[in-house]
Design a protein around this ligand. Structure first.
Ligand SMILES: [Zn+2]
Length: 144
């Protein structure tokens, strides 16, 4: 795999109209240009520190939310206390590995959502989020 194209993250930032501050650029360089990824703010914070980018966790949170609003990232809320961010912003679904806390993409073609109820008058469906939660198989009682 070739390394990141150096100006790509900055170009992405510029297109959104977000001012390319040093911290935004540093975080964009960490997050984009290495394929699609899922991460939490804590993971980004640890990664930033290990790359010598001095940012606080609060700044990481704020920046990630700005990136979401600008359409650079998609937010995947697992629980009220656990939010992942996704560099793949197009429509797709997720497997969630409980325990590991890992997310894996499910292509839209591989899942059909049927028999959706008609939305209330004046409303339309804007997006459907599907999170398929996975747990390790447990041996059945008395199976051994
Ligand atoms: Zn995803």
């Amino acid at each position: 795999m070739p390394d990141t194209i150096p100006d790509l993250p900055i170009q992405r930032l510029r297109k959104t109209g977000l001012r390319p501050t040093r911290q935004r650029v540093a975080l964009a360089e960490l997050l984009f240009g290495r394929g699609d990824r899922h991460f939490t703010a804590e993971m980004v914070h640890a990664e930033a520190l290990s790359h010598g980018v001095p940012v606080s966790l609060a700044t990481v949170y704020n920046t990630l939310h700005q990136f979401v609003e600008a359409g650079l990232l998609r937010e995947v809320a697992i629980e009220s206390t656990k939010t992942y961010f996704d560099t793949k912003t197009s429509n797709h679904f997720h497997f969630f590995f409980e325990g590991d806390g890992e997310l894996e993409d499910i292509a839209v073609e591989n899942l059909a959502v049927e028999n959706l109820p008609e939305p209330p008058e004046g409303w339309e469906i804007s997006r459907i989020d599907v999170l398929v939660r996975l747990a390790p198989k447990r041996p059945k009682n008395g199976a051994r």
